[in-house]
Design a protein around this ligand. Sequence first.
Ligand code: DMJ
Length: 482
Amino acid sequence: MKNQLLKSVILSFFAIILFACQSPSVKKNENTQTQNLSTDVRNEFVRSWEAYKKYAWGHDVLLPLSKGYQDWYEQSLHISPIDAYSTMKVMKLDDYAKEVEHYVVDSISWEKDLFVKTFEVNIRILGGLLAMYEYTGDEKILDKTEDFGKRMLKAFDSPTGIPYYWFNLKTGKTKGAKVNVAEAASYMFEMGILSYYTKNPVFYQAAKKANLAVWERVSEIHLVGENIDVETGKWLNTSSHICAGIDSYYEYLLKSYLLFGDPDLKPIWEKSLTAINTYLVEESDTSFWYKRVDMHTGLKRTNPIYADNSSVIEGGIVTLYDAFFPAVLALAGDLERAEKNQATWNWLWNRYGLEPMIYDFDAGEPTYPVYDLNPEIIESAYYLYHYTGKDDYLKMVVQYWADIKKYCKTEVAFSSVEDVRTMQKKDYMPTFFFAETLKYFYLTFTFNTGEFILDDYVFNTEAHPFKRSSFSKEKAKIYLGF
Ligand code: DMJ
């Protein structure tokens, strides 16, 4: 007995020595690896930004193969610089950031006779400008932001309060009564922040009204449909899911509640999440998907006929955008489902080396094989790395970075891919590559430095970060008017 005790004391002693000797060097190697990777991501951001400046400055998008540019509409909305800004701040590229600040203040006017997409300009332009104000506190930037927000407010002037698909920046005219739920009700986050900064509830109130208009029309089992008419409030399509077309509606219920604490949002989010997990999960021994069901029956869609004649989308169709959901689940504290869902997305990524934009998990085939440098799977791996501390998630992100460099890197920047089965490149680099994709890579690889702590921030759906401590719940009640 005594001998055994002595033996185990000696063994423990050697184990401690071994651990003490090995652990720091293993950690050091890991740290060196992530340090090298974060430097690599930052260098690639700089290389791509320099290409944007050289070939596309002032325009919306860089064309990375033809070395040209493209604008979304007849005139530029300057989306790349506005979207790239917060990543520059996160990467401490302050000279570039200053240049963008000056550009926004001195060279951008929103007095443009242009119909723009309400949803897209909200998450990229309003979200990007708000982040710029958050970082600088510069009142001139807030003026530009408020000016944009007031123009956008016109879109919400509909019989239901749900915004039209398009609004004209100069005239305030609107068009496009058919919107999906993401386009109908993903505004509370940005417009709430704008109300907070300007102490004017009008923005948040409009956004919340749109959300409540959707919630009033939720089904008896607490699911929303996909498309809705902003004038009649009628569902045009009763397909319910968390995929592209609804995604950020759910994301913003949770995130707006976290940032402002509006008590009306909590039960909506909680009932929605319960319904999602009750009706949308399709789990097997090897996969965990969120499928498409009918909003009234909760049954998987097999032969949908839509009132708006939109294309037939069956229950097993998922989009790579849906990979945002593990991050949202993790933020909501449901690590079990978040990890299972992320494992399934990771499997899909590794099957091709990049993700197809639309995939049919019943057929086991992509139905639209494009990859547009999207961030969602990286975002979710970053959240899970943060919340679980498991190296598996770091390894996933290391792999995604290696694959993106292998298949998407071009002479001057990065490109989307036409087909993940052939890896044929496509002459386009979306603005969210600057705003989101490179940011989430960088944040994962700098995670151990503690320079950015996820718990201190809430991101908009375009990865523009906002400090929780900038928003007092007490003041939010007054400034947002709830
Ligand atoms: C981004 O523009 C936003 O994240 C949006 O919510 C949907 N996804 C794209 C990038 O994939």
